[in-house]
Design a binder for this molecule. Structure first.
Ligand code: CIR
Length: 258
């Protein structure tokens, strides 16, 4: 069975970190509603939901993806680059412990899960303002023994690697080529976002479908023309906090007990 781990939107969500966006008023009640609908979409696509309660002191805690990298063999608990987010990892580690052995990224290294894109046995890792080179090395030490290759990727103009590139089908990437060096991705097919929609490269693949922000209609058409099933979700308030669709869940397979 496939589990989607999520966390409720914090009442303090409007005080989120922002790096590349200007602060706009966020309707937190609406963000909560949009988050519920996003969860509904994951359930429709066959996931079982494990929803953690909101972290009142952590405005960004809904973005669970940044605090862990969950692989079949282990879960790596990250050390987020933003200091305000470091308090999020403890409860997440507790939630993941029943499902995977844990590895931990230790200080002073930093790593955000939003910078890690898995394609088969390769982990592409964005060298963003949140992920340090020694964070990449720490990840490599933890996952190398399981046969994963770790490849650093330079990026510019966006928050995380997965703001600029995600996997939307076997062997096919959705990319904004203006934000990353695509050199390390040689051999994989690329579908570019519509130039009018620079933030549209963040799609969440579940089975053969992708969960995708409803706002990016032009890029959605490109996906559908490729034969990819798109489940649109309205994440307008979540986007104001610089969040996308991958960052609101950790999706992984579990073996049912018994
Ligand atoms: C932050 O700046 O950390 C949050 N406001 C947004 C994090 C989004 N995470 C992601 O794309 N993986």
């Amino acid at each position: 069975m496939t589990l989607a781990l999520t966390r409720e939107v914090s009442p303090s969500f409007a005080s989120c970190e922002l790096t590349h966006l200007d602060r706009e008023p966020i309707d937190v009640a609406r963000a909560m509603l949009q988050h519920r609908r996003y969860e509904g979409c994951l359930v429709e696509l066959g996931c079982d939901l494990l929803r953690l309660p909101a972290e009142l002191a952590c405005p960004d805690a809904v973005f669970v993806e940044d605090c862990a990298v969950v692989l079949d063999e282990l879960a790596v608990i990250t050390r987020p680059g933003a200091e305000s987010r470091r308090g999020e990892t403890e409860s997440l580690a507790r939630a993941l412990r029943p499902f995977r052995p844990l590895g931990v990224v230790e200080a002073p290294s930093t790593l955000d899960g939003g910078d890690v894109l898995r394609v088969g046995r390769t982990l592409f890792v964005g060298l963003s303002s949140r992920t340090s080179p020694d964070g990449v090395a720490a990840l490599e030490r933890l996952v190398g023994p399981f046969g994963y290759r770790v490849v650093g990727v330079t990026l510019d103009g966006c928050l995380h690697l997965k703001s600029a590139v995600t996997l939307v089908a076997e062997g096919t990437l959705l990319v904004n080529p203006r934000w990353i060096d695509l050199g390390p991705f040689g051999g994989l097919e690329r579908l570019e976002v519509d130039p009018a929609e620079p933030h549209a490269a963040n799609a969440l693949r579940i089975g053969d479908a992708v969960v995708f922000p409803a706002a990016w209609e032009r890029t959605r058409r490109r996906l559908e023309q490729r034969g990819i099933e798109v489940c649109p979700v309205d994440v307008s308030e979540i986007a104001k906090a610089e969040g996308g669709v991958t960052c609101c869940s950790l999706v992984f397979d579990v073996t049912p007990a018994g």
